[in-house]
Unconditional design. Structure first.
Length: 247
């Protein structure tokens, strides 16, 4: 089945940057009469498969929405479980990621993340900083609105300190103040779980991204579904506000 899907893909027209809202872990667990933590564990295991698949395809950028600024509103026990799973993923996968030349980058304010996982995150970022096959952005304590506020503050400080002429700023130069400033915007945004919203994710960057929604919960999301999303993406007519020649 996956071999047939690979044959349908135009390997010279792959998206440069894929962003994924990893959603549905809790509902996946509830459907199986399991605790929510079991769903999150299954979701972490799924990350391994998808990161590997994206790397094998030669796609350069992958951004995963792991923990939002709003997720702090969840029960304390669930938050602690998520932090433990984050720690587990980094410790168990870092050597493999480094060997496969994956560069780990974090977008979001990790100052609020617990000390131990935060140290492991920074260690992973440092170890992989010179890798360049796949840039893996992990969104932790991330919110699109808070990112824009942060960017505006950095921009204002540069103007105040005389490093920037306010009249010289445009969309491209403002983008450099975002966490992903040096990267191309996502071509494709994937959200499993059946929800049809973007949940405060990459608000500036996804202005012209193609969206692919699915009713599949994240722990059931496989390379097959990733291939299907890419094939669908390749059939879209991306006009960026323009029109076809025959319209």
């Amino acid at each position: 089945m996956t071999e047939d899907l690979i044959k349908q893909m135009e390997l010279d027209k792959l998206p440069k940057h894929i962003a994924i809202i990893m959603d549905g872990n809790g509902r996946w667990a509830r459907k199986r009469f399991l605790p929510r933590t079991a769903g999150h564990k299954a979701g972490v295991d799924k990350v391994k498969e998808i990161v590997q698949t994206v790397g094998d395809l030669g796609i350069k950028y992958l951004t995963l929405y792991a923990f939002s600024t709003e997720n702090w509103n969840r029960p304390k026990e669930e938050i602690e479980s998520l932090m433990k799973l984050l720690l587990y993923y980094i410790r168990s996968e870092l050597k493999t990621l480094h060997k496969n030349e994956v560069r780990i980058q974090v977008i979001g304010d990790i100052s609020q993340i617990q000390t131990l996982p935060r140290k492991e995150i920074l260690r992973a970022v440092e170890m992989t900083k010179n890798n360049n096959k796949l840039i893996l952005n992990i969104a932790l304590n991330y919110g699109g609105r808070s990112e824009l506020v942060r960017a505006a503050k950095l921009f204002a400080k540069d103007v105040k300190d005389g490093r920037l002429d306010i009249n010289s700023i445009d969309e491209e130069s403002f983008k450099q103040y975002l966490y992903t400033g040096s990267q191309p915007d996502p071509d494709l945004l994937i959200r499993p779980s059946g929800e049809l919203r973007i949940s405060n994710f990459l608000l500036y960057q996804i202005a012209y991204s193609e969206f692919w929604f699915s009713n599949i919960y994240w722990p059931d999301f496989s390379k097959k579904h990733l291939y299907q999303a890419i094939i669908d993406f390749q059939q879209r007519d991306r006009r960026y506000g323009g029109i076809k020649d025959d319209e």
